[in-house]
Unconditional design. Structure first.
Length: 327
C-alpha cells in the first residue's frame, strides 16, 4: 500500500518520446506545489528517451524512479505498471508530450484534499507541436457540454461516462486508496483512463474542474488525438468505429468493469450503476452485431430507439444514422 508520508506521485509512461519529453518533465518539476516522485516506465524506446530522463533526474529536486520494460507492454499495461509503482496518496497520470500548467498539482490536490472526491480531472488548452493554441479547449473537442458537467457534479458521472469518454488520463488525479480496485487493468488498447474513471464513478465521486491545467499537444505521432472534428471528420470517424469493432471493444471493457465491481468486497457499487453498465453492454453488443439486411436492421434500431438507449449511451440521431447508412 502507498506510503501516506508521500502526497503526490506522477505515473509517466514513455515510448520514443525524445521530441517533447524534456519540456514535459520540466513543467512537472516547476509546479507551484511540488510533487513527491515521478515514476517513469519506458516501453522499449530506441531513441534518446533514456538519456533525457537520466539527465533530468541528475539535477531534479524531485525523486525520479526510472524503469525500462524488457519487452513492449503497450499503453494500457505500461500505465498499469507505472501506477502500481507509485507511493503517494494521490496519483497523477501523465503523457510524455504535453505540458503542465504551473498550478496543475496545486489545483487538483486542493480539490482532492478538500472534498470526498475519488478522482478529479481538468480541462486543457489544445496546442500544436510548437505550443501555438489551436483556438479550442479539450472539452470542446469531446462535446463535454455544460449540461453534462452539471450532471457529473450532481453525482451522475457514470451516466455521462457511458455516453462517451470525457476524462483524459493526462488531466486526472485520483486517490491511491482505490488501487486494489483498479489493478490489474484489462489488457485492452488505450483503456486505462476509461477503466479508472468508470470504476471510481461507481464507488465514489468524480469532480470536473473547468480550468486549463495542461497544454494538450496535438501532433502527428499522438497515440490518441483530441482535434475538433467537422462533419466530414465525424463521418470518417463513424466509419472507423465500425471497421475497428469499437462497439465490441466497449462491450468487453464495460463487462470487465461489472465483473470487477461484483467480484471485490471492499467497495459497494450502487445497483443502479450496475444496471446502467449492463444496459450499455447490451446496447454496444446490439450495435456491434446489427443485421445487414435492411428490414432486420430497422427492427433493431427501432427497438433501441424505443428503449432510449441511443440517447443514453450513444450520440442520439447521429448514431442512428451511423447504423442505418454506414454499414
Amino acid at each position: 500500500m502507498p506510503d501516506v508520508q508521500l502526497t503526490a506521485s506522477v505515473a509517466l509512461c514513455t515510448c520514443n518520446g525524445e521530441k517533447f519529453l524534456r519540456q514535459q518533465l520540466d513543467s512537472i518539476a516547476n509546479q507551484s506545489r511540488p510533487v513527491d516522485e515521478i515514476v517513469i516506465c519506458d516501453d522499449c524506446s530506441d531513441d534518446t528517451t533514456a538519456e533525457i530522463v537520466l539527465g533530468f533526474a541528475a539535477d531534479a529536486r524531485v525523486t525520479v524512479k526510472w524503469f525500462r520494460n524488457p519487452v513492449r507492454l503497450g499503453v494500457t499495461k505500461n500505465f498499469e505498471k507505472a501506477i502500481s509503482l507509485c507511493s503517494g496518496k494521490f496519483i497523477f497520470l501523465c503523457d510524455q508530450d504535453d505540458i503542465w500548467m504551473p498550478d496543475k498539482t496545486a489545483v487538483l490536490l486542493s480539490a482532492l484534499e478538500n472534498s470526498a472526491a475519488a478522482l478529479v480531472f481538468s480541462n486543457a488548452q489544445v496546442v500544436d507541436e510548437k505550443q501555438m493554441p489551436l483556438g479550442y479547449r479539450l472539452w470542446d473537442s469531446i462535446w463535454f457540454t455544460a449540461g453534462e458537467q452539471h450532471h457529473m457534479k450532481a453525482g451522475e458521472a457514470l451516466a455521462v461516462l457511458l455516453k462517451h469518454a470525457i476524462a483524459a488520463g493526462s488531466t486526472l488525479a485520483f486517490r491511491a486508496e482505490y488501487l486494489p480496485l483498479i489493478l490489474p487493468i484489462p489488457d485492452l488498447p488505450h483503456s486505462h483512463d476509461i477503466w479508472i474513471t468508470q470504476l471510481l464513478s461507481c464507488v465514489g465521486r468524480i469532480e470536473p474542474i473547468d480550468r486549463d491545467l495542461i497544454q494538450y499537444r496535438l501532433h502527428g505521432a499522438n497515440q490518441v488525438g483530441m482535434k475538433k472534428f467537422g462533419l466530414r471528420d465525424q463521418i470518417r470517424m463513424a466509419r472507423q468505429q465500425i471497421d475497428a469493432d469499437t462497439f465490441g471493444y466497449l462491450a468487453k471493457l464495460n463487462q470487465a468493469v461489472v465483473d470487477r465491481l461484483v467480484s471485490q468486497q471492499t467497495w459497494k457499487a450502487d445497483p443502479g450503476d450496475l444496471q446502467l453498465l449492463r444496459e450499455k453492454i447490451d446496447h454496444s453488443r446490439l450495435r456491434q452485431l446489427i443485421p445487414i439486411p435492411w428490414l432486420s436492421r430497422l427492427r433493431v434500431i427501432a427497438w433501441e430507439l424505443k428503449a432510449g438507449r441511443y440517447r443514453k449511451y450513444s450520440y442520439g440521431w447521429k448514431s442512428v444514422l451511423q447504423d442505418l447508412f454506414l454499414r
